[in-house]
Design a protein around this ligand. Sequence first.
Ligand code: FES
Length: 56
Amino acid sequence: MYVCLCQGVTDGQLREAIYEGCCSYREVREATGVASQCGKCACVAKQVVRETLGEL
Ligand code: FES
């Protein structure tokens, strides 16, 4: 599903960024561009990152 409509970033892409080495929300944001425009997706994006990091 799309987490960020402005940048067209999906939850899968956020997870992928973590599997490829990102280890914080900041790094995921820099790698994917998520939440870099209107910022409305930040809350959900953070949640996905937190859940994914918790699973690793
Ligand atoms: Fe992600 Fe706007 S929906 S920055």
